[in-house]
Design a protein around this ligand. Structure first.
Ligand SMILES: [Zn+2]
Length: 103
């Protein structure tokens, strides 16, 4: 008598899966439907039809540049870590290790 008992459980399982997967899909489609694009100079969200009239707020441009700068610093950290993982970087580390005077 296992068969009839198992079936309702399977249905409940697939139902909760659909509900879980449904949410991100709705969020994604509304994201792509948006006609707002971030301005390349100040990062402001500008509607496609307002792009021509948009003027950047100088204060916002400055903040946006600083934000990009901070992003670049974080990128450098990642680049360095990537370099240390490369064969070249590992060779440099091996050289540094080898040249270290033994105590
Ligand atoms: Zn702008």
């Amino acid at each position: 008598m296992e068969g009839p008992l198992r079936r309702p459980l399977d249905v409940a399982g697939s139902e909760s899966e659909t509900a879980k997967d449904g949410f991100p899909e709705i969020a994604m489609s509304s994201f792509f439907a948006s006609r707002h694009m971030p301005c390349a100079d100040c990062g402001a969200s500008v509607a496609a039809e307002e792009r021509d009239e948009h003027t950047c707020d100088p204060e916002r441009v400055l903040e946006f540049r600083l934000f990009q700068l901070r992003d670049g610093v974080a990128g450098f950290d990642t680049d360095l870590r990537g370099y240390l993982d490369s064969p070249e970087g590992r060779f440099e580390q091996w050289l540094a290790e080898r040249d270290r005077p033994s105590s």
